[in-house]
Write a protein that binds this ligand. Structure first.
Ligand SMILES: [Mg+2]
Ligand SMILES: [Zn+2]
Length: 283
């Protein structure tokens, strides 16, 4: 039984009015079938991305976060990693906005594995260099989630390119459907002491800046006509190993992971937020 199932089957909420259980599906308590009223609804958070209609009380979220981290920490030596999509792992542009100097990409797209058209051919997606290696190696140290301000269907289409079998992300894909305005770790079922975020945008994370590694913004295509320097697309070049955003971030992730698990006896008091501070103060 996973930790998550354990919480579902055997937990309670002190806030609940209708019943004492903490998990509901489509407004019905999963334990006693009673209807969750509007007042009780306010004490719950939607987790549709895990299962349609799923809601958990704040109490259950807190408990699950704590248990989930402890189990993955102790048993698998894994922390949690939350990854943004746009400008972090890839750059997407509308096909109609490609410049003359970029149009050769449409022909190359069919034979390159870092360049994809999203159906129905409206967008061209360029994956960031070293993405495959990054995901493969990060997966050894982290349980990974995607967190994007894009729509669910956009996220699903990108996942089809970068993780078609869902080996890395499973169903841990959070989109603007759940989280329309800002991003928050409240939707991530892992203890915040063990969660690292990688995003190119600082301001979307008002409450969790200390968990964040700000990655250099990946721009491959031309943004606007007036852009002075030629973009990678027109130069026919790309990030290399020495200026790669993903390679740089991976080094930090490795340090944080090492620091966290260095002394087993101190695991309880470890916090990635403090470790990140240490790493950045040395830079
Ligand atoms: Mg972004
Ligand atoms: Zn109930």
């Amino acid at each position: 039984m996973s930790v998550f199932e354990a919480v579902i089957s055997d937990s309670f909420s002190p806030h609940s009015n209708t019943c004492s259980h903490s998990v509901s599906l489509h407004g019905i308590c999963t334990a006693c079938n009673s209807i969750v009223d509007d007042d009780d609804q306010r004490h719950r958070r939607p987790f549709d991305y895990l299962s349609p209609g799923l809601q958990l009380t704040h109490h259950a979220v807190t408990l699950t976060k704590r248990l989930e981290t402890l189990s993955s920490c102790f048993h698998h030596k894994k922390l949690h990693l939350v990854l943004d999509l746009d400008h972090t792992l890839l750059h997407a542009t509308e096909v109609s906005s490609l410049t003359e100097a970029e149009k050769y990409l449409l022909e190359e797209e069919t034979c390159r594995d870092d360049l994809w058209k999203l159906k129905p051919d409206r967008y061209l997606v360029k994956l960031r260099p070293f993405l495959k290696d990054f995901l493969r190696e990060a997966d050894k140290m982290f349980t990974m989630s995607v967190y994007t301000m894009g729509t669910r269907s956009y996220a699903e289409a990108i996942l089809q390119l970068i993780d078609p079998d869902r080996t890395y992300f499973g169903n841990r894909v959070i989109t603007r459907d759940e989280s329309p305005r800002t991003k928050t770790l409240d939707f991530v079922l892992a203890d915040e002491r063990g969660v690292v975020i990688v995003d190119d945008t600082l301001n979307v994370w008002p409450d969790h800046k200390n968990n964040l590694i700000l990655i250099s913004r990946y721009n491959y295509f031309r943004k606007k006509e007036s852009q002075r320097s030629k973009p990678y697309s027109e130069e026919k070049t790309d990030e290399s190993e020495c200026n790669s955003g993903l390679v740089a971030v991976f080094r930090v992730l490795k340090e944080v992971h090492c620091g966290f698990f260095r002394v087993r006896e101190e695991l309880e008091s470890k916090d990635v937020r403090l470790l990140l501070q240490e790493v950045f103060s040395l830079v």
